[in-house]
Design a binder for this molecule. Structure first.
Ligand SMILES: Nc1ncnc2c1ncn2[C@@H]1O[C@H](COP(=O)(O)OP(=O)(O)OP(=O)(O)O)[C@@H](O)[C@H]1O
Ligand SMILES: [Mg+2]
Length: 149
């Protein structure tokens, strides 16, 4: 199942992410793709808010992974620097097993993605317009997308 939503401001993208966060469960995985400046961090900030995380979420580019506590724990992974490294960082035990996991640049750790996950791709259409494509892999995520307008 696939849904497409266009947002017209960073605030709108955050609001959408906030709504999605309310529908997530323990073990939820989101693969978040999009070019530089598309809004991946902005989206994750909205998601964090929806998970009742108080801390400000910033890009984990240099740290590869950051964790936050909230209604559910959020693990924010940026796989950009892992391209082709195939290092065992213990992600396999982490992804999809606890809290919510958001993975930026998921194509670089494809082999670590679980069978079921929510695939989200952000595309910059204009200064403030973003196309947000959501693809559900697995029944749980189909149900989540059905609840979104
Ligand atoms: N509709 C929108 N949705 C999301 N961000 C938007 C939107 N309109 C404008 N923006 C702006 O676009 C920028 C998106 O930056 P952000 O850091 O979230 O992107 P990113 O995908 O994480 O980039 P990077 O790969 O460089 O980390 C922000 O400055 C945000 O305010
Ligand atoms: Mg970012």
């Amino acid at each position: 199942m696939k849904k497409q939503i266009t947002t017209h401001s960073a605030q709108e993208t955050k609001a959408l992410a906030h709504t999605i966060a309310l529908l997530l469960n323990e073990g939820s995985v989101i693969a978040l793709s999009g070019d530089l400046g598309a809004g991946k961090t902005t989206f994750t900030q909205g998601l964090a808010k929806g998970l009742e995380i108080q801390k400000m979420v910033s890009s984990p580019t240099f740290t590869i992974m950051k964790m936050y506590s909230g209604r559910l724990k959020l693990t924010h992974i940026d796989a950009y620097r892992l391209e082709g490294l195939h290092q065992d960082l213990g992600f396999e035990e982490l992804i999809g097993t606890q809290g919510v996991c958001v993975i930026e640049w998921p194509e670089y750790i494809k082999e670590l993605l679980p069978q079921d996950y929510l695939e989200i791709t952000l595309t910059r259409l204009d200064e403030d317009d973003r196309l947000i494509e959501l693809i559900a892999h697995g029944d749980n995520y189909i149900q989540i997308l059905e609840k979104l307008i």
